[in-house]
Design a protein around this ligand. Structure first.
Ligand SMILES: [Zn+2]
Length: 448
């Protein structure tokens, strides 16, 4: 059976991920993501109403026109997890393919919201729920399997396409975490089995976000301990404490909610995306928050809630808000500008339970936001966080478990791939032979 891989998006950037694997006449598409930085750089762009081709021209969504070079039928669209760089283009591209969208329950819940928010296209692909550990047939001779992985959002899986020529493992995005706080540990045992059963692994496509970083990405349990230490150190502070993190990072939000209670404060989730991601996690039963946990997304309800905080005393509350990257319209940035009823006063604490995404626009916005908060006397606790992506020792572990015949680095640009290329070379791979460094819009024929 001939096997071909199309590297459509996310091979020159972190963002707008999309890859297709053709096995004979059957094609499976992995991810359809958005590159948010290409959208945010333009003022007031409303992507909901924009046409796919305009977004492709902006570099915001994958240029899927290369799909017409693949001779076969798309049998499934498989988003690996709910981050926007993996599902954010589904509203714009999925309707072009007569195929179901197959995803884990939490990812599928977020896909549903993407489709509902889409204002230009009617996306009526079937939505099929599949859990980690389950499989489905793709055509007559292939099988799709979901392997549980750990990442900074719940419900992440690595899809595996079992073909007569061996398995194709799509490894985006993950870290090796045995104590993930919410959900199950990464299923390394299954990866080792896949590496050794039948014809083994034909090809492994790897998440290279942190490929240039040495050592091992710590577990979410480490971030939780760090956060506990920071929050318990504030137990005696009788002023304001505000925390911010990735709204989609349910494990972290859960830790924040629990530690707020430990130090005698009522947690409240504020901001549209806080409400969206935590609401979805509760709806599918992935997490249970206290009954009285307030979640407010709309401007008016947010303001009312902050007025209550000011009336009843800031020392009784922990607002958990959006704005960890200094996004201009997010809650924390608005708090810094004094645009909300919440007054930041001398000595108030602000916890950034997030790293800074290393991208110039982002770094600038985050710097501004911090300065605004500092000017009002806020004390900043930053980087109370661990990354959701493998570093080099995780990449080594994955190569060791899977023993793939071919590897394709993804989820970075050329510079970002370099650490992975060095590692793969040291493990016996050769550029151009079985180590394929590629860019957007290419196809790689693995078996003819
Ligand atoms: Zn991700």
């Amino acid at each position: 059976m001939d096997i071909e891989i199309a590297t459509i998006g996310g091979y020159e950037e972190v963002g707008r991920q999309m890859t297709a694997v053709r096995a004979g006449d059957d094609i499976v598409v992995f991810d359809m993501g958005l590159n948010l930085s290409k959208v945010l750089i333009h003022d007031n762009v409303q992507t909901e109403r924009m046409h796919s081709l305009d977004l492709i021209d902006m570099g915001a969504i994958p240029d899927d026109r290369v799909m017409s070079d693949l001779e076969g039928d798309v049998k499934a669209i498989v988003p690996t997890h709910g981050h926007l760089d993996h599902i954010g283009a589904i509203g714009k591209l999925a309707h072009r393919y007569d195929a179901p969208i197959v995803a884990s329950p939490y990812t599928l819940e977020l896909v549903r919201e993407e489709i509902n928010d889409e204002g230009k296209f009617a996306v009526d692909n079937d939505l099929v729920e599949m859990d980690a550990g389950e499989t489905m047939a793709i055509g007559d001779r292939c099988e799709l399997e979901f392997v549980n992985v750990t990442h900074s959002v719940i419900g992440a899986i690595n899809p595996v396409l079992h073909t007569p020529e061996g398995a194709v493992v799509y490894g985006l995005d993950k870290r090796v975490d045995h104590t993930p706080v919410v959900g199950d540990p990464i299923d390394m045992q299954r990866f080792r089995e896949i590496g050794r059963e039948g014809d083994g692994v034909l090809c492994y496509i790897e998440d290279c976000t942190n490929a240039n970083r040495k050592g091992r990405t710590p577990s979410e349990a480490v971030a939780r301990r760090q956060l506990k230490d920071v929050m318990h150190s504030m137990e005696d502070w009788d002023g304001g404490i505000v925390a911010t993190t990735f709204a989609s990072h349910i494990a972290r939000v859960k830790s924040l909610v629990e530690f707020a209670d430990d130090i005698g404060r009522e947690p409240i989730l504020l901001g549209r995306s806080m409400e969206k991601y935590s609401g979805a996690a509760e709806r599918i039963g992935a997490v249970t928050f206290p009954d009285n946990l307030g979640m407010f997304g709309h401007r008016k309800s947010v303001d009312r809630s902050l007025e209550r905080v000011m009336n009843e005393g800031k020392e009784n509350f922990l607002p958990i808000v959006t704005g960890h990257q200094g996004e201009p319209r997010a809650m924390l940035t608005r708090m810094g500008r004094g645009e909300t009823p919440y007054d930041i006063e001398d000595g108030d604490k602000v916890i950034f339970s997030a790293g800074v995404i290393p991208e110039p626009t982002n770094e600038g916005q985050r710097y501004q936001s911090e300065q605004l908060l500092r000017m009002q006397g806020a004390r900043i606790y930053d980087d109370v966080h661990v990354s959701g992506h493998l570093r080099q020792e995780g990449h080594y572990q994955m190569l060791d478990a899977l023993q793939p015949q071919h590897v394709i680095p993804a989820h970075q640009d050329m510079e970002g791939f370099s650490g992975y290329v060095s590692l793969a070379k040291s493990r016996g791979y050769t550029l151009g032979r079985d180590l394929h460094v590629t860019s957007n819009g290419n196809t790689i024929q693995l078996v003819e």
